[in-house]
Structures are given as structure tokens and as C-alpha cells.
Design a protein around this ligand. Structure first.
Ligand SMILES: Nc1ncnc2c1ncn2[C@@H]1O[C@H](COP(=O)(O)OP(=O)(O)OP(=O)(O)O)[C@@H](O)[C@H]1O
Ligand SMILES: [Mg+2]
Length: 318
């Protein structure tokens, strides 16, 4: 160590100590990494696919049942994840009339109308002038959508995250897109998929019924036990460096004991983000115990129960 003493805040000290304890558990388990890190983008190897749900979503888009879909659900249930999965799957599909799809994905929320319009144009690869206002940009986007449809048989799907602010302007733009009809068809040629909580959808219904009425709210399903178990299993395999050979029909969740995992899954109420946080906290408590030479680093029922009860108090507030 050098002689220079840096002043470290107690906060930093605390987190450094926590990290050391966690690292010693990771080492003890012979893992390569922390299994319960959060990722900003979904890591395909860690994804638990709810294939029936995803297929039904994609089917609604392909069959053109509705010009707008609202992916609804509580915080952390997987709305954004499914938005990205729809995008992945729709790009290789055609509808009954042989139309293909292109997508624009707007992942930033709280945009101003002009920013939103610009991102739409950029997402669909539509040229516009720097000085154009939002209506002019949306005009160009609209023209391009019609042209793509008529000349190249390509329908346009706009995926937009949590567009909770500046609703009026943005929604009028979205509606404009949803209303676009090719001259000869009665069918919408642009589909919008939005995400948000049910509170937000309710607000939408109150403020802009014309949009809410035309969009189909679809609830993202929560994890069942088998999904939660797979979620843990994948992350353990990932931590071991064995994710590429993950077998969905035969995997272990060790060092989680089965009944410990079950109680964590129950407490998460099937919400992946909560499950991850509960698992992470359980690992942290286990690592602490290991340091005191209690246990072998396994996440047992008692630990899972303590963590669940502790978390329950503020999970229910969300
Ligand atoms: N099917 C899944 N398999 C594995 N992990 C998932 C799945 N769905 C969601 N997750 C994980 O759970 C977390 C929350 O997911 P996501 O961001 O999609 O939720 P959200 O409903 O969009 O949340 P928010 O309301 O905060 O926008 C992410 O870390 C994501 O990786
Ligand atoms: Mg989201």
C-alpha cells in the first residue's frame, strides 16, 4: 500500500466491504461472475422465453388486428424485454398478403414531440431537413410508410417505450401513423406498440380516449414457478461459464436449495426484476454467513425466508 491516505466516505467503504464479501462467495462457489447482475439490454442467453405469449403478440401484429397495442404491466415485469423480442421476431416474418415488416424502436421516454418525430424518422431511415418541425418530419415519415407499403410491400411497426410525457403532441403523431391507409386497402399499414403500467393506461384512457380505444391493452404475464426456476438456473449456469450448454430440461439451481428458490419466486410475485433483486440479496446474506463460517455458501430456506420477509414490506409499495 502506498503512504498516501485517501479519504474514503463511509458509504464507499460500505460498498467496498460488501463487494469483497460477495467476491469471496463467488470464489468459494468457483463461479466466474456474479449471477445476479442487472443488464441494460436483455442478454439472450439469460432470457426465459414465454413462447406462447410472444407468439400471440407477434400474431396480433402480423394479422393486423389492431393499429396499436399497449403492452401493459407492473414495473419490471418484462414489457421492454417483450418489445425487443417482438422486434426480433417480426423482422423475419410476412403477413398473409406477403407483406414484410420493418421496425423503428424508440427506447427513450419523456421525449418532446420534435425529438420523438426525429427518432421515428431515423428509426425508419427517412430523410428530413434539420429545420423541419415535428409535423413536417411526421409528414415525411407518413409518406415513406405509404411508399414502402405500396412499392415494396413492407409494413411499418413503431415500438415506443413508456411515452409518458408530452402525451398530447406525441399521441396525435402516433394516431396519425395509425390512421395511415394505403389508397387501396382499408387496413392500417402502420402498427404502434407502446409500453406502460396500468395506471398509465388508465390515464391515457381518461386523457386521450381516441387513442386508448383503438389500442389493445395486453398484459405481460408474470413468471410461473418453472420460469422463475429457469431464470435462476440460467444465471447460475452463466456464472459458472456454462450457459452455452444450458439444457432447459435438465439443469440445477445449486447453490439455491429448491425450497429457497420457491419462496423467493413467490415473494417476487412473478416479476423478473424483483426475483433478481431477491436472489441478489439472498446471495449477499449467504456470503455474509459464509464469512462467519456459517454454512457452505448455499442459499437455504431460512435465508430466503428472512430476505423475502424483509423485502415484502417494500415490494408491496411499488
Ligand atoms: N423473460 C425474461 N427472462 C429473463 N429476464 C427477464 C425477462 N423479462 C424481464 N427480465 C428481466 O427483468 C428486468 C425487467 O425487465 P424489463 O425492463 O423488460 O421490464 P419492464 O416491464 O419494461 O420494466 P419498467 O416498468 O421498469 O420499464 C430486466 O433486468 C430483464 O432483463
Ligand atoms: Mg421498460
Amino acid at each position: 500500500m502506498s503512504g498516501i491516505q485517501k479519504k474514503v466516505s463511509p458509504f464507499t467503504k460500505h460498498f467496498e466491504a460488501r463487494k469483497e464479501i460477495l467476491d469471496s462467495w463467488i470464489k468459494h462457489m468457483e463461479f466466474r461472475r456474479n449471477p445476479f447482475l442487472g443488464f441494460t439490454l436483455p442478454n439472450p442467453e439469460l432470457l426465459v422465453e414465454m413462447s406462447e405469449f410472444l407468439e400471440s403478440l407477434v400474431d396480433i401484429v402480423v394479422s393486423n388486428e389492431r393499429p396499436a397495442i399497449f403492452l401493459r404491466g407492473p414495473v419490471g415485469v418484462g414489457k421492454s424485454t417483450h418489445l425487443i423480442l417482438i422486434r426480433r421476431d417480426i423482422q423475419n416474418l410476412q403477413d398473409l398478403h406477403g407483406n414484410a415488416f420493418r421496425t423503428a424502436y424508440i427506447d427513450r421516454s419523456g421525449l418532446h414531440a420534435r425529438q420523438f418525430a426525429r427518432l421515428c424518422a431515423i428509426g425508419f431511415n427517412v430523410k428530413f431537413n434539420k429545420s423541419d418541425d415535428s409535423d413536417e418530419i411526421m409528414d415525411s415519415v407518413g409518406k415513406d410508410i405509404i411508399e414502402k407499403y405500396e412499392k415494396e410491400k413492407i409494413r411499418s411497426v413503431l415500438l415506443a417505450e413508456d411515452i409518458s410525457e408530452n402525451q398530447h403532441e406525441i399521441f396525435s403523431k402516433l394516431q396519425y401513423l395509425a390512421d395511415l391507409n394505403a389508397e387501396k386497402t382499408e387496413e392500417p399499414i402502420a402498427t404502434i406498440i407502446m409500453t406502460g403500467t396500468s395506471e398509465y393506461f388508465q390515464a391515457l384512457t381518461a386523457v386521450l380516449p381516441q387513442i386508448a380505444d383503438r389500442s389493445e391493452p395486453i398484459d405481460v404475464p408474470r413468471f410461473e414457478w418453472k420460469h422463475s426456476r429457469e431464470f435462476i438456473g440460467r444465471r447460475i449456469a452463466y456464472a459458472k461459464g456454462e450457459i452455452s450448454s444450458f439444457d432447459i430440461d435438465d439443469f440445477s439451481i445449486y447453490p439455491f436449495e429448491e425450497d429457497a428458490a420457491k419462496i423467493l419466486a413467490d415473494s417476487s410475485r412473478g416479476i423478473p426484476r424483483d426475483l433478481r433483486l431477491l436472489c441478489r440479496a439472498s446471495v449477499s446474506v449467504t456470503a455474509d454467513a459464509l464469512l462467519r463460517k456459517e454454512g457452505k455458501g448455499e442459499i437455504n430456506y431460512e435465508i430466503a425466508k428472512v430476505v423475502s420477509e424483509y423485502y415484502q414490506s417494500f415490494l408491496s409499495e411499488v
